[in-house]
Design a protein around this ligand. Structure first.
Ligand SMILES: Cc1cc2nc3c(=O)[nH]c(=O)nc-3n(C[C@H](O)[C@H](O)[C@H](O)COP(=O)(O)OP(=O)(O)OC[C@H]3O[C@@H](n4cnc5c(N)ncnc54)[C@H](O)[C@@H]3O)c2cc1C
Length: 415
């Protein structure tokens, strides 16, 4: 006991100086087999699986800021696999299964809490849609249950069930294996594991442009010099369009700010994740006790990574229709991340139109839950040149062929 108190005191007065580093901070080499652009969850997971599954270890992850400083550290941490189409179910279920073993795999506690996610129906039409959605989930082998109003009340005792409520609750779909995970820990866990396998993680290194030989990308220009790479992999979420433009092609993505909010911490008040189809608001309670609240996208495309009052008002109004008693809470923080939205709300995991380049983008509002699966299938594509069986449908071609995987409803608000 005395020892740990002493260690704590020593740690406190060292200003973190003697804390062990979780990963190295190497100078970038002049050449890599693979350069992954973007030190968010997808970039780091990709580097980890490249090294672990394919033995490709001469890999760099280049991040313009700090690890997880993009959407990976800004999201509302919801994980689930309750999508509608078989293609999505395969990918998101793969990801959820990887999440279920991730703390052990990485030796890093990602604080996965499978507390259940409830998607609420507020009228009979929404209930029918939920029943159809649930049938599709079952056909795809995904767990889920339809709850009646009484069962919903047991899960959410603070929900407004007054007969005069503006949004009465008619039922809900529950995925018990859905829940939340600690977002920073996912980035840090993958970073440490990738670093251990020899991956160079380089922060404060912005990619400014691409080196070319004819039609082929052969490297990148960065704020820390030029780096040659046999393969260049893009995992920059809301900035995919910016980097694609630098490489000379356009992507079918539009970038929007997506906001989230947290209240002051309170005692346990909410044991699951609750999503409302009608209001667009969703909420969970963090282990610290804060309510973590999200809603829809900002209405106009933007790269302004900050919150604003109109969205706060709209989301809070929706939340209070559902849980009037939360009106007494103070909102502590509000922020935004830039997300890349595509027409069918499904990701793009494919070769880029430029040789030597690979794309992982289009996750929009829901790519946190996909980090392990997205990283695994992207690494497979980069290493083998062929799509992973769980990601064959997520091509760029589908926007020309029309074979869209329209997950607008499943991806819309319940991030
Ligand atoms: C408010 C909010 C709530 C969300 N809630 C959920 C949720 O509950 N569940 C869910 O599944 N998803 C959610 N999402 C979506 C999810 O966060 C993202 O889809 C996911 O984190 C994307 O991960 P990523 O690694 O692709 O991107 P990021 O984590 O954004 O990483 C990309 C990195 O690329 C870097 N970068 C950009 N340009 C360059 C450059 N030129 N050079 C070098 N580096 C560069 C950025 O700095 C960034 O760190 C939410 C998003 C937001 C904003």
């Amino acid at each position: 006991m005395r020892f740990s108190a002493l260690a704590l005191a020593r740690g406190a007065f060292s200003f973190h100086g003697n804390w062990p580093q979780l990963w190295r901070s190497p100078e970038p080499k002049r050449r890599y087999d693979v350069a992954v652009i973007g030190g968010g969850g997808h970039g780091l997971a990709t580097a980890y699986y490249l090294a672990k599954e394919h033995g490709v270890r001469n890999v760099a992850v280049l991040e313009k800021g700090w690890l997880g400083g993009g959407n990976t550290g800004r999201n509302t941490t919801v994980v689930r696999s309750n999508y509608f189409y078989p293609e999505s179910a395969r990918l998101y279920e793969l990801s959820l299964r990887l999440y279920e073993g991730l703390s052990r795999e990485l030796g890093f506690n990602i604080m996965l809490s499978q507390r259940g996610i409830l998607t609420l129906a507020h009228d009979s039409h929404q209930l029918k849609m939920l029943a159809r959605w649930l049938n599709a989930m079952h056909l795809n082998g995904i767990d889920g249950e339809l709850l009646g109003p009484g069962e919903v009340r047991q899960w959410l005792p603070l929900l407004n069930d007054s007969p005069t409520a503006r949004y009465p609750v008619k039922g809900a779909v529950l995925q018990r294996r859905g829940g939340i995970a600690r977002h920073d820990a996912v980035a840090w866990g993958y970073a440490r594991a990738a670093d251990t396998l020899g991956v160079d993680i380089v922060q404060n290194c912005e990619v400014l442009g691409f080196l070319r030989e004819g039609e082929r990308v052969v490297g990148i220009e960065t704020t820390r010099g030029c780096i040659q790479a046999d393969k260049v992999a893009l995992a920059v979420a809301g900035h995919s369009g910016v980097l694609a433009a630098k490489a000379g092609f356009r992507l079918p993505v539009t970038s929007y700010a997506l906001q989230a909010f947290v209240t002051e911490p309170v005692k346990p008040a909410l044991s699951c994740v609750a999503v409302s189809m009608a209001t667009g608001a969703y909420v969970s309670q963090s282990d610290k006790g804060e309510l973590v609240v999200g809603g829809s996208l900002d209405l106009y495309p933007s790269y302004a990574q900050r919150g604003n009052l109109p969205t706060l008002q709209a989301v809070v109004a929706g939340l209070l229709e559902l849980f009037p008693c939360f009106s007494r809470l103070r909102m502590l923080r509000q922020w935004a991340g830039i997300v890349d939205v595509v027409h069918d709300s499904s990701p793009i995991i494919d070769h880029a139109p430029v040789k030597g380049m690979y794309l992982n983008c289009g996750w929009g509002t829901g790519g946190f839950k996909a980090i392990p699966g997205g990283g695994l299938v992207f690494a497979h594509l980069i290493a083998t040149g062929r799509p992973h069986p769980a990601a064959e449908a997520f091509t760029l071609r589908r926007f020309a062929s029309g074979a869209l995987i329209d997950e607008g409803a499943a991806a819309g608000i319940s991030h």
